[in-house]
Design a protein around this ligand. Sequence first.
Ligand code: SF4
Length: 308
Amino acid sequence: MKHKIGIPRALLYHKYHFFWEEFLRSLGQEVVVSPETNREIIGRGVNLAVDESCLSVKIYLGHVDYLKDKVDFVFIPRVVSLYKKENLCVKFMALNDIVRNTFDGIKILEYTTHVPTFRYDFIGLFGVGWQLTHNPFLVLRAIARAKKTQRQQLKRLLLEQEMRLKGSDKNLKILIVAHPYTTYDSFLGIPITSFLEKQGVELVFADLADEKETRELSKNISTDLYWTYNKELVGALEKYRKEVAGVIFIMTFPCGPDSLVIDLCQNKVNDLPIVVITLDELQGEAGLKTRLESFVDILKIRNERGVH
Ligand code: SF4
């Protein structure tokens, strides 16, 4: 049976959307993705979330609010851990409960990935597929297609980035270190990256680097990082630090894991200019642009003087 399944365009959507959309479509479902984040969606999220919540979760709730009456289910995977002895931020563990407690009677389609308890992706996805189709062959095919699509798309994006890095010696290169849900959100990261591109800067994105490689490289900065996604970003900083002129960390307020990890990186990486941009729902564009412009100017001056 065909259902309308909503996916909020927020948080892990930006990391796994190729996978999730292919999986659900291969099961014959109609996928409805909420629109790009805008002021109205943020307003909805801010009204619904507790004040202490990070801006990324507020935005997520705004997207769920947009979708909830337009679809049969809202798709909310619960990702607790992807590796043993590591976790994700607690917000991902609790996401389905946060949504359930925020919206009365909302219908959620969910599964849990928690590696130490042997709840791997496959088992969770199979459960979702079974719930929707009762056809094990269709589910197995959907999982295989989704994995292949995700792999191919990530490989393509990484290849494009590596080509850009090799091909453009003239442009100033800056590494953007941020979670994909910050980098690719139209309210959070996109105004920053488009502004930098207009300044003629070549951007390198930490989240595109190969996961296996970055996990290994992160050990050069810290051997006991606890949050998987932060570990990958730190490893990407290590991978690209010799190829870029500066680094921009972008975080949303108030993010515990990012504050700690950015502090750690600032202490350990002394050979590169770093700027930290913290975004909240009240951010003004003018101040942000001035900071970015000044940072780019500093990098240009260093470049002209041959400081590397
Ligand atoms: S890592 Fe930070 S920004 Fe991301 S969900 Fe957790 S608290 Fe929010």
